[in-house]
Design a protein around this ligand. Structure first.
Ligand code: NAD
Length: 295
């Protein structure tokens, strides 16, 4: 199961990053979007990211042009036919992903490996849309893909060990550190991280401390690069709520239940950095202030 040609479906935030690191690692990489405008937008993001790496001295100008030459942008799924690995990074919607994989299954050669970059859906459930269960797995990258070292490799109860090995080798060739996990909601990182973030919200609700003191506690007491509320605003209040619901539905345990404040913030449109207000107010982005409306 040697991987030589890679396909990436979706050229949004994650897909553009995955296509970029794949091409940088020397793979011919086909990347597909649903419209020319979205494809151009994704390629623009890749170009900007590559230019930054050249500026920093991580990449030479020659490597940058070689990387760009390995990228094969397309609007047609048929271009994936002879790919050895196809990674899906489209919107987080089960029906849309199943529909896409069903179509890809008919187009792409039968011995190719399929991977989903889903954060929260069941790999096993997405896999059922195809006839290639042994060669279906999860490759969960982290944002921003060119900078984050981790990839969670998710295997199902039927994944072929040879496919796992090929995907591990691929992730390492991208310069990433893969960790192996089974298909359980949250995988390793979100299963641990999300209950911690939800607990920080409960502590705020229960009056343990202010937003800035709880953040300082974890920064200075545990050497975390940022406190839980700063991180919640980065991840997105809406995204955290969505993942908490999925974890709660899977495990039916109180610790995964979204706290009332989280739900109220979503309803009020306080999504964090992306809307300018979350646990902090970003009216002055250089100096975010704790959102006093919440306390
Ligand atoms: N954003 C994150 O931090 C993050 C981290 C890890 C995993 N993920 C997962 O990665 C996936 C993509 O997330 P994102 O943040 O990049 O979303 P995004 O909205 O930035 O990008 C998704 C892109 O997929 C395109 N698309 C939709 N259907 C398509 C199709 N049939 N063919 C080709 N392109 C199609 C959309 O036009 C859009 O540009 C999701 O499953 C998400 O859960 C996201």
């Amino acid at each position: 199961m040697e991987i030589r040609k890679v396909g990436v479906v979706g050229c949004g935030l994650m897909g553009s990053g995955i296509a970029q690191v794949s091409a940088m690692a020397g793979y011919t990489t086909v990347v597909r979007e649903v419209s020319q405008a979205l494809l151009d937008k994704g390629l623009g993001a890749i170009e900007k990211s590559l230019a930054k790496l050249v500026e920093k001295g991580t990449l030479s100008s020659e490597q940058k042009s070689q990387t760009a030459a390995r990228l094969k942008p397309t609007l047609r799924l048929e271009e994936f036919a002879d790919c050895d690995l196809v990674i899906e990074a489209i919107i987080e919607n089960l029906e849309r992903k199943k529909e896409l994989f069903g179509e890809l299954d008919r187009i792409v050669k039968p011995d190719a490996i399929f991977a989903s970059n889903t954060s929260s859906l069941s790999i096993t459930e997405v896999m059922t849309a195809t006839e290639r269960a042994p060669r279906f797995l999860g490759l969960h990258f982290f944002n921003p893909v060119p900078l984050m070292k981790l990839v969670e490799l998710v295997k199902t109860v039927v994944t072929d060990p040879a496919a796992v090995q090929a995907a591990l080798d691929f992730a390492r060739k991208l310069g990433k550190t893969p960790i192996l996990t089974s298909d359980r909601a949250g995988f390793i990182v979100n299963r641990l991280l999300v209950p911690y973030l939800l607990d920080a919200i409960r502590m705020l609700e229960e009056g343990f401390g202010t937003i800035e003191d709880i953040d300082q506690g974890m920064k200075l007491g545990c050497n975390h690069p940022m406190g839980p509320f700063t991180l919640l605003d980065f991840v997105g209040i809406d995204t955290t709520y969505y993942i908490a619901e999925i974890l709660f539905n899977e495990y039916r345990e109180k610790r995964f239940a979204p706290p009332p404040l989280l739900k109220r913030m979503v309803l009020a449109g306080m999504y964090g950095r992306k809307t300018g207000k979350g646990f902090y107010d970003y009216s002055d982005p250089k100096s975010p202030q704790p959102n006093r409306l919440l306390t």
